[in-house]
Design a binder for this molecule. Structure first.
Ligand code: ADP
Length: 368
């Protein structure tokens, strides 16, 4: 029986609470003790009962649908340094924890993997400096790490969707539906800026789901002449057929062929200068993170939480840390290191405009 802790880290995403709830209850159901590390890695570095709390069945009651993360999240600079991770190791051992399930983005999972690979040298240092006893050193030889991916951006390799992405998408679509009404009334154009960092998934899917006129995403950079001409041609065609509203979606990471950012203001200027449209910008901002989790995220987070506990209980010191994902509708385990590495390689290929390589890398992850 293990003492399993769960933590949320990086940007918050709807469904993180459902994931924590599932981990806590699956752990208790299997006779383990469950803990929550509050405030992400910051809580691990600070330690103590304020940040590392034992959870019971009631602790997570009502969490299934709630947005955000009730155990808090933070960006923690100290954990990026070995000194911070050393403190984290000491605090986990003090609390008697031997497995950590991290729900976060690729940054958080990179940190988790590093923590596990460093674990032997961390505990050795703790023993040598008299911070832990020999008995604790022997008992905590291995730290079990497992990742579940929480991110609204859907930007992680080795999983079809991340926890929170579909909730955020639903919120964006709802907002654009609201904008539609006013755009139609005044025959206006709206440039809607959506989140997603370096990934265009939210922009692209929102564009399909709301029949946007044009979408700008990081994965398809074009010279300013190319995208401006194409957008104007499409919008003019739609207008000539009687469409009274124009919606252009811009991903926050959208870039031109020379890798300079394409901003909402750039798009507005083109719509005004070349087409004479009465144009407004709506930056959706943090509204995209808010609200309850949609059914898909509740299900995904729950299934992944249960699988994460199962993975922890089945792992041996030689098993590589798994990341729990969903591929072709099946919950699956993938080596965490590989998933993080692939995510970084895809981002790098995109930033170098090597789309063939990026697509190849994305496809390769699904080859067993
Ligand atoms: P996300 O998990 O959403 O990608 P971040 O990249 O901000 O968000 O990562 C969240 C936290 O994870 C950071 O504040 C830091 O504490 C930890 N982290 C990220 N990258 C590393 C790393 N390379 N080494 C150690 N810790 C890291």
């Amino acid at each position: 029986k293990r003492n399993i802790a769960v933590m949320t880290s990086g940007g918050d995403a709807p469904g993180m609470n459902a994931n924590v709830r599932a981990v806590v209850r699956a752990a208790l159901f299997r006779g383990c003790k469950a803990f929550a590390v509050y405030e992400g890695y910051e809580g691990l570095v600070r330690g103590g009962p304020e940040y590392i709390r034992e959870m019971d069945w009631q602790s997570v009651r009502g969490w299934l649908s709630e947005g955000g993360t009730n155990i808090g999240t933070a960006r923690c600079l100290e954990f990026r340094e070995r000194k911070g991770r050393l403190k984290g190791a000491k605090h986990l051992i003090e609390a008697g924890i031997d497995a950590l399930i991290v729900c976060g983005g690729d940054g958080s999972l990179t940190g988790a993997d590093l923590f596990r690979s460093e674990w032997p040298s961390l505990i050795k240092e703790l023993l040598e400096t008299g911070q832990i006893t020999k008995e604790k050193f022997v008992k905590h030889q291995h730290l079990n790490i497992c990742g579940t991916v929480g991110s609204i951006d859907n930007d992680m390799s080795s999983t079809d969707s991340t926890i929170g992405a579909y909730s955020s998408l639903a919120r964006i679509c709802q907002a654009i539906d609201y904008i539609d009404a006013t755009a139609n009334s005044h025959s206006r154009a709206f440039v809607v800026e959506v989140m997603g960092r370096h990934c265009g998934w939210l922009a692209l899917m929102a564009g399909i789901a709301t029949s946007a006129d044009y979408i700008l995403i990081p994965e398809k950079p074009a010279s300013s002449k190319e995208w401006e001409d194409q957008m104007c041609e499409i919008v003019s065609k739609h207008r000539s057929r009687g469409k009274r509203k124009t919606i252009v979606i811009v991903a926050e990471g959208a870039i031109a062929a020379d890798l300079t950012p394409i901003t909402s203001k750039d798009v507005l200027k083109v719509l005004v200068d070349r087409l004479g449209l009465d144009t407004r910008i709506t930056t959706l901002g943090h509204v995209q993170r808010g609200g309850t989790a949609v059914a898909f995220d509740r299900i995904l987070a729950t299934l992944q939480g249960v699988e994460a506990v199962k993975a922890v209980l089945e792992s041996t010191p030689d098993t590589p840390s798994p990341m729990i994902g969903i591929i072709e509708n099946k919950i699956c385990r993938r080596p965490l290191v590989e998933a993080v590495k692939l995510t970084k390689q895809v981002a790098e290929a995109i930033s170098q405009k090597d789309f063939k390589k990026a697509i190849g890398l994305r496809d390769s992850e699904f080859v067993e």
